[in-house]
Design a binder for this molecule. Sequence first.
Ligand code: SF4
Length: 326
Amino acid sequence: MGIPFCPTRCAYCSFVSVDAPKQLAAIPAYLDALERELSATAEAVRAAKRRIAAVYVGGGTPTTLSAAELDRLLGKLRELFDLSACRELTVEAGRPDTVTPEKLAVLVRRGVDRVSVNPQTMSDRVLETIGRRHTAADVRAAVAMVKKTGGLALNMDLIAGLPGDDPGGFASTVEEVLAMEPENVTVHTLALKKGSRFLTEGTGSLPDGAAVGEMLALAREKLTAAGYVPYYIYRQKFMSGSFENVGWTKPGFENLYNICIMEELRGVLAAGAGGSTKLTAPGGIVRRLMAPKYPREYMERIGDTCAAKAEIVRFYQDNEFNGKGS
Ligand code: SF4
């Protein structure tokens, strides 16, 4: 489920995520449209006899929503779907400057059991270069709130190869993050993508491929020594030095949603602007349904997006795949 709003826009971001005050004012109307789509999806899931194994609320930054809006959204999710077979419910709280004790309390009350707080780097200088508009102290404060709330496994995302960073700086970032004892750490390599401010305004001084390789080797060494194991890996286009993104976990805390996405083990039912539903059946049969990319377009065409959910029922009926998970 996608919430394409963020408090400000990071310089490396290529997602469709909006931050202007006028756009943020559209959040209530966006939630109205999203609830219509969730309702149509739930109806299709029931008719196709699917079960939900995991829920991932991503973005953007879902915790840009207020505590009351998060409560409304997660309450609706629970009201519409049978989540009795759901093994995990993750909400991205990627920007630490959006995390509050009130929002975390709502998440736990609504059954969320995993959040992702993403520093990317613990260097204030590098954070400023990449336009994150928060500090390393904000990260520490957000993680302290997560720990105090209790009941939430914690993922933290890092990026190797950011402008102005070097192997020593990245090693310090990894050490600081490990000291906060997250259950999962995802180590990304910077990807310069179309649509990011880095490509239109320049990046500053980027570490070269050798330096990025050294950063990743240092991260691997420190994560392994701290008892983490790698459990998924993927590559994107335009990544520094053709390296990869690796998900690390403390044993027993693997994120099911990430495994399913990487290994294409199950279908994915998306909701929200830019959502890509992927229906799968034995024999490598795949059918995709795409929602409009931009929030305004998504809201305007919500009727069509809801009507297209009938395809979910048709797909599973045609492939005689009922009763084998979703
Ligand atoms: S928080 Fe994530 S989605 Fe939002 S602007 Fe930054 S990189 Fe993009």
